[in-house]
Design a protein around this ligand. Structure first.
Ligand SMILES: NC(=O)c1ccc[n+]([C@@H]2O[C@H](COP(=O)([O-])OP(=O)(O)OC[C@H]3O[C@@H](n4cnc5c(N)ncnc54)[C@H](O)[C@@H]3O)[C@@H](O)[C@H]2O)c1
Length: 363
């Protein structure tokens, strides 16, 4: 299939490109590089063995989105493009509504006008908020607690309405739990700008000496060791689920909403110790006060994804830590680092002109 991957230069989108290419799909990435580097394109070429076609497009630009659909015939769209920092969304809710919701409306309009009928959408376990019970099934009530989560829930609802308006339009809404790790090659991985929002990249930066220690927010939660429990899954497993979801849409022709997680809760301290074992590095930490808004335990009931998609995670906590550490140690400064020779397009750099469709990535 010809697949448009919006946000394909980002952390999860780039891994999905690898999974799509491995199944023989043709990919066009659309990204505005607001939270990614063009260097990922060259890395993807090295992994997949073929140039990655990419258009520099901001989904908020409806005309640019329309032009993208007029230049290509797509069979499906994967939509990763969003702003995703919870704290920032509380400070700048309108920017989140504009980017995430307006961008999605433009994308849906472009798909409808071009007759593209299949969408795989990145949602998040954040739509469940503070769950009344774990594991969390898809029927659990949604209860968003911040503007980022609200954008995810609104986008889910908009997509649902479009599906209901036309029986030929189908969407797979994938609610991710906590993606971590990196491609086994160490060529692509999570490259947060500034202070990492997520635990694993923070641990990686402590291990590499970039940060002195890890702050653990609270050890008095009602969990086995008192620290918060989350459902970490390897980004390679997550990427594979997108290809499985696309195949489901093609073969079953019906829309779905599924959780993607391992079904096993892992505490902060358990993750720290697994990382120390996988990396051979010590992770100094301090216990500090709970962070407002954090909840004790969040983990998935992933049985629906198993039943519908035949998907289950294959990579364990050790592999998540090992691969995250490999990425970090090969790329201590992320894509901006000096590990690879050649010019260094910056995050948001201008090497690829607006809407340029590149047959091969910039060097
Ligand atoms: N990483 C997580 O922990 C996590 C968890 C649950 C859900 N998600 C969702 O998964 C998706 C991908 O997350 P990620 O971690 O890969 O994030 P990311 O920031 O690494 O990737 C998102 C990509 O989208 C691009 N983008 C953002 N706004 C855009 C716009 N208006 N036009 C064009 N491109 C735009 C960014 O430049 C970036 O390359 C997001 O929708 C996110 O909300 C992520």
């Amino acid at each position: 299939m010809n697949v448009l991957v919006c946000g394909g230069a980002g952390y999860i989108g780039s891994h999905a490109c690898v999974a799509l290419a491995a199944q023989g799909h043709r990919i066009v990435i659309a990204d505005n590089f607001c939270n990614s580097s063009q260097r990922v394109l060259l890395r993807l070429q090295r992994i997949t063995g073929s140039p990655m076609e990419c258009a520099r497009v901001d989904l908020r630009n409806r005309a640019a989105v329309a032009r993208l659909f007029s230049r290509h015939r797509f069979d499906a769209v994967m939509h990763f493009a969003a702003l995703k920092a919870v704290g920032e969304s509380c400070a700048k809710p309108l920017a989140y509504f504009d980017n995430n919701i307006c961008g999605t409306i433009n994308l849906l309009q472009g798909m409808q006008d071009a007759g593209v009928r299949r969408l795989v959408f990145s949602s998040s376990a954040t739509v469940y908020g503070d769950p009344a019970r774990v594991p969390i099934g898809e029927r659990a009530p949604t209860n968003v607690t911040n503007p980022y989560g609200r954008t995810k829930l609104v986008m889910e609802q908009l997509i649902g309405d479009v599906c209901r308006s036309s029986s030929s339009f189908q969407a797979a809404v994938l609610r991710y739990f906590n993606p971590v790790g990196a491609h086994v090659s160490g060529l692509i991985g999570e490259d947060p700008a500034g202070l990492p929002n997520n635990l694993m990249p923070y641990i990686c930066q402590v291990a590499s000496g970039r940060r002195s220690h890890l702050n653990i927010f609270g050890d008095d939660y009602p969990t086995p060791d008192g620290t918060g429990v989350r459902d970490y899954l390897h980004v390679t497993d997550l990427a594979r689920a997108h290809v499985d979801a696309l195949e489901y849409l093609v073969h079953q022709g019906e829309s779905i909403t599924v959780n993607l997680g391992t079904g096993r809760g892992v505490s902060v301290l358990e993750l720290v110790h697994a990382f120390e074992e996988a990396s051979g590095r010590r992770i100094p930490y301090e216990i500090v006060a709970r962070r407002p808004g954090d909840v004790a335990e969040v983990y998935a009931d992933p049985t629906l994804a198993q039943r519908l998609l035949g998907w289950r995670t294959r990579l364990d906590l050790h592999a998540m830590c090992r691969d995250a550490w490999r990425w970090q140690s090969l790329n201590p400064d992320g894509y901006a680092g000096a590990w690879q020779s050649g010019p260094r397009p910056r995050r948001g750099g201008r090497a690829l002109p607006q809407e340029t469709v590149a047959g091969s990535p910039p060097a």
